[in-house]
Ligand binder design. Structure first.
Ligand SMILES: [Zn+2]
Length: 439
């Protein structure tokens, strides 16, 4: 009975305890990040480097790639059989095969697990209607690669070397700067045209930037001959690496077709052809990387049209030039290079009549509809029937795309600010939690 407290007692205790309870709460409030404090977000970046394995390492890499393909195909075969017999999918793991095929134990087991994950993904894509039934991997046609994960520092960069599970130190040309706080998540080892590469996937915390107020805007109109035409009237010199090398490619292809399939000479010629193809791809990629870097650093917003390149190359029979043009690759590069700086990459709706509008008075030229000239790429110049302005077809379209992009900025900016606020709240909550656990 004496233990029970009266009303007055509670008040006294509250007064006593209150400041003690209050203090950490106040402290939390002051610890809450200010709106100017950086908000961090996890980002990924892959860097592809050339590696130079010694003879033994090369043999083991080839073996691992072969084992992954074998396990993938066996699992696919068994799952397919089970599906045909029972009508249900079955879970199989690479471990199920290690007893019958003990040589599977020689290679990196994480590589085999990743082969299983790839197959699982292929199956779920099939079951959810995104793709056809998984196909068997072929030694000839499939990409020669395997992926492994970094577990307890099993993958790391040490000077001129890349450490890989089972392989040990492999000489590598690390041509890009890797920051100290970048953490390796996984690495894909591949064999392409006789050369070995490692694509290293990094994870790092990056500051989420406040959306910038775009000052310098640019619109790009896709162009077959020049890659693009911009709203300032510039056309980059598209070097057309594929076309430049077309004669050589054709000659090497012809030589290959004369070789007996599977013979030594065939293999040699095939490698030569693969090397040439790779060379063209490298040239193109290098050029596009430099071009997109200079644009992304100079402009705050770049607007492009949402065009379906595949459909375009099919319907207009422009296959080769679209492939050579590489506008799709260029768009992807522009996007991430702009967005990592808090800038804008805007895709304008594909039904926006960019080439039919007059960029001066904003009216639609009726001639385009009547003559279906918008599809006729041979019309290079036209005069507006309303205001009399003479237009270069591509530059006019690029200006329209830029202006349409300008209209979309407020919406994108609001979305980003909303996301930033959400992240800020989350971060404040986690600091509160940390503070209370500390208290
Ligand atoms: Zn006009």
């Amino acid at each position: 009975m004496e233990d029970r407290l009266g009303d007055g007692d509670i008040d006294a205790i509250t007064e006593l305890v209150y400041p003690i309870i209050q203090r950490p709460i106040y402290r939390n409030i002051f610890r809450r990040p200010m709106s100017t404090e950086p908000i961090l977000k996890l980002c990924n970046r892959a860097i592809r480097v050339r590696i130079y394995p010694n003879k033994e390492q090369a043999i083991l890499i080839n073996k691992t790639i072969g084992c992954c393909r074998f396990v993938y195909n066996r699992m696919l075969d068994d799952r397919k059989y089970h599906y045909d017999q029972v009508g249900k999918d079955v879970q199989i793991t690479p471990a199920n095969y290690k007893h019958d095929y003990p040589w599977l134990k020689e290679v990196d087991s994480l590589a085999l697990s990743n082969a299983q994950l790839n197959l699982d993904k292929a199956f779920s894509n099939f079951f959810e209607g995104r793709a056809g039934f998984p196909k068997f991997k072929s030694k000839r046609r499939s990409k020669l690669s395997y992926t492994t994960n970094n577990v307890n520092n099993s993958v790391r960069i040490e000077g001129e070397f890349l450490r890989l599970p089972k392989l040990g130190m492999v000489r590598a040309k690390i041509h890009r700067k890797v920051l100290k706080d970048w953490h390796i998540k996984s690495v894909s080892v591949s064999l392409d045209a006789g050369n070995y590469y490692a694509s290293i996937l990094f994870e790092y915390e990056s500051q989420v930037l406040d959306p910038v107020d775009p000052q310098k805007l640019l619109g790009l109109d896709f162009s077959m001959s020049d890659l693009y035409v911009d709203s300032d009237g510039n056309r980059p010199c598209n070097p057309h690496y594929y076309r430049q090398n077309e004669k050589r490619l054709k000659a090497e292809q012809r030589k290959l077709s004369r070789c007996k399939k599977g013979s030594n000479n065939y293999e040699k010629q095939l490698l030569k052809l693969q090397r040439l193809n790779q060379h063209i791809e490298n040239q193109t990629r290098d050029y596009l990387n430099k071009l997109s870097r200079s644009l992304a650093d100079h402009f705050d917003m770049i607007a492009v049209e949402d065009i379906n390149l595949r459909a375009m190359s099919q319907c207009l029979k422009l296959g080769k030039s679209v492939r050579d043009n590489s506008f799709g690759m260029f768009r992807d590069m522009l996007k991430y290079k702009l967005e990592e700086q808090g800038k804008y990459f805007v895709v304008v709706d594909k039904f926006f009549p960019s080439s039919q509008l007059c960029s001066k008075c904003g009216r639609k030229n009726p001639a385009f509809k009547q003559m279906n000239v918008s599809k006729n790429l041979s019309v290079r110049e036209w005069t507006c029937p309303f205001c009399g302005t003479h237009h270069d077809r591509d530059v006019n379209a690029a200006i329209n795309i830029r202006e349409e992009g300008r209209k979309l900025i407020p919406k994108i900016k609001a979305e980003r600010q909303q996301e930033l606020q959400k992240l800020r709240k989350q971060s404040a909550k986690s600091t509160d939690n940390n503070a209370s656990t500390l208290a």
